[in-house]
Design a protein around this ligand. Structure first.
Ligand code: ZN
Length: 375
């Protein structure tokens, strides 16, 4: 496989590392968070908002884009970067996560599901997932993996993990595009022995990076951290490690601590649309009555547009009246907060002080500002 991306480790602080992921559309300083642009848009935000929030790389969903507007349309318009008006790096998922949530028919060849848009029957195979992502044109594509809902019998989890490995080989054989990297995905639920087997075998296939899938599906932090520790030990040191679907402060810091580099989640923007604020002083709802006359911003120290210009009283008003600006302003803030937390983590790693940074932030979040106890 040609090297569509390069990954360099810039700083190490024990198991923790900070690196640079280089792509044809620029560099990503890690650890990094990818906001989710489900249908080719991070809801309510445009490209300029994303840049201002500190976003370096976005995720787009293959499942949605293959159905609407279709990979052929995106390709004919010059690919996803031009279609979205985003000239920085893009990663697409394979569609697996959405497809498996639709309870598809699964066999060794692939999956058959009904489109959520028009009910038509759609077939997706490991090969087609690669071809579709080559047409969409992200910098990083993901293999189609097999997901199981947990808890599930060990034999079911093992079967899904082993099929994911066979599908990964088929994806690698199909992948042609030299300016695009393909990442494998480690599966195996919360079974440590299955995770070890999956990580070692996926690593042996020689991908340019590795997703760690099937987490953030309701398992406890202890189980998740045990899985991450086991998997990281089997993956090559000099390739990026991407924890799929993880985006809350505590979870991301746990994963950074264990040597993971990339994270994506709908969390910061989905919560924003529901009026929930993320902050170094804890997370809370802007709808609370106590903010009705509050003339302070969400966070005095936050550099985002929302905190520079608007009060909690105004944000609460927008959310309680259902104004469209409300979700947008909170999305700007929540992404700025999440990306800022990762930028600070990187600085702390460079200075050899990640553990101290992490415990200070967690303590601040647990205590909340004394004049405003939260939740
Ligand atoms: Zn802010």
């Amino acid at each position: 496989m040609s090297e569509a991306i390069r990954f360099r480790i810039d700083y190490r602080d024990g198991a923790v590392r900070a690196g640079t992921l280089s792509t044809a559309h620029g560099d990503v300083a890690t650890p990094a968070f990818l906001p989710v642009g489900t249908r080719g848009t991070v809801r309510t935000l445009d490209s300029r908002d994303l840049v201002e929030a500190g976003v370096q790389i976005v995720l787009a969903n293959t499942y949605h884009l293959m159905l609407r507007p279709g990979a052929d349309v995106v390709e004919s318009l010059g690919g996803l970067h031009r279609f979205m008006g985003w000239d920085r790096p893009i990663l697409t998922d394979s569609g697996g996560f959405q497809v498996f949530s639709l309870e598809p028919k699964v066999d060794e060849d692939g999956v058959v599901f009904r489109s959520a848009y028009d009910g038509s029957e759609v077939r997706l195979t490991p090969e087609e997932a690669v071809v579709i992502q080559e047409r969409l044109g992200p910098d990083i594509a993901m293999v189609l993996d097999v997901l199981v809902g947990l808890p599930a019998p060990v034999e079911t989890v093992r079967g899904a993990m082993q099929r994911t490995l066979r599908w990964a080989e088929r994806a690698l054989e199909t992948h042609r595009r030299s300016d695009q990297a393909l990442f494998g995905i480690v599966q195996g639920g919360t079974e440590i022995d299955l995770r070890l087997e999956s990580a070692a075998a996926t690593a042996a296939l020689g991908f340019s990076g590795f997703g760690i899938g099937g987490l953030s599906v309701g398992e406890g932090a202890e189980d998740r951290n045990a899985v991450l520790e086991a998997v990281v030990g089997e993956l090559p040191e000099v390739k990026p490690r991407y924890v799929m679907g993880l985006g809350d402060t505590e979870g991301v810091l746990d994963a950074v601590e264990r040597g993971c580099d990339l994270f994506d989640c709908v969390w910061p923007t989905r919560l924003a649309r529901h009026g929930k604020v993320l902050s170094p002083y804890g997370d809370y709802s802007i709808r609370r009555a106590e903010f009705a006359g509050d003339g302070a911003p969400i966070d005095e120290e936050c550099p985002c547009l929302t905190c520079r210009r608007y009060t909690r009283a105004y944000l609460r008003h927008l959310h309680t009246t259902g104004e469209m600006l409300g979700p947008r302003l909170l999305s700007v803030h929540n992404l700025t907060y999440t990306l800022g937390m990762l930028a600070e983590s990187r600085e702390a790693i460079a200075a050899g002080g990640f553990a101290a940074y992490r415990s200070a932030l967690l303590a601040k979040r647990a205590s909340g500002p004394s004049e405003r106890p939260l939740r």
